[in-house]
Design a protein around this ligand. Structure first.
Ligand code: FES
Length: 201
């Protein structure tokens, strides 16, 4: 009799152990799931925060836009429109564009295309004759379609209701001939825009 009782007791103990082990496994699974969920939630919160405050080093407008060498105009050529950065890239040939003669010696300028008057996008008009704004002999101007503000190739205002010249963006030249334009670093335009030209060999 005693010999039959002993295996039954051992079986009960073994079953109890298995039940306890299953409970422990379930508890640790729940703990790991909760931790993973919390990590995901925190990650998505952080991503939203960075996106909202624009801290992820944006590369379009608002951040740095790189223009490869093949897109950079030759000295004296028409300005090139850079839509991803909302600016015109201009390569001035010597004193070109320095219509008020402040001492421009040529080079690159990134001109923000937003008109300083009421914000219209300013196009380059390669056929516009400066004679219409008292600068005869100069063909090709930035001319705002909204109220006629007119700017030289260096963005210098010569005519119209705009309160100042076109604004410029910080531009640096890279070793491979490309340029970086920081579209988040904008300086108010002035008649001295030509003094901001960056030499480009
Ligand atoms: S918005 Fe350009 S002149 Fe008025």
């Amino acid at each position: 009799m005693a010999a039959e009782t002993a295996p039954r007791a051992t079986g009960r103990i073994e079953r109890a152990r298995q039940i306890e082990a299953r409970k422990l496994a379930r508890r640790s699974f729940l703990r790991v799931s909760a931790f993973a969920g919390l990590t995901l939630f925190t990650g998505s919160l952080l991503a939203s925060f960075l996106g909202f405050f624009n801290l992820r080093r944006p590369t379009g407008f608002g951040g740095t836009v790189t223009v490869t060498a093949d897109r950079i105009p030759r000295p004296g050529a028409d300005p090139v429109r850079i839509p991803e950065g909302k600016f015109w890239l201009v390569n001035l040939n010597g004193p070109e564009g320095d219509v008020l003669q402040v001492g421009g010696t040529g080079g690159l300028l990134a001109l923000y295309w937003k008109c300083p008057h009421l914000g219209c996008t300013v196009p380059w008009n390669p056929a516009f004759n400066g004679a219409q704004v008292n600068f005869p002999g100069i063909i090709g101007w930035f001319r705002c379609p909204c109220h006629g503000s007119t700017y030289s190739k260096a963005g210098v205002r010569v005519y119209g209701p705009a309160p100042r010249s076109m604004d410029t963006m910080r531009l640096t030249v890279n070793a491979d001939g490309s340029v970086n334009v920081n579209t988040g670093q904008i300086t108010s335009g002035s008649s001295e825009n030509p003094l901001r030209e960056v030499p480009y060999a």
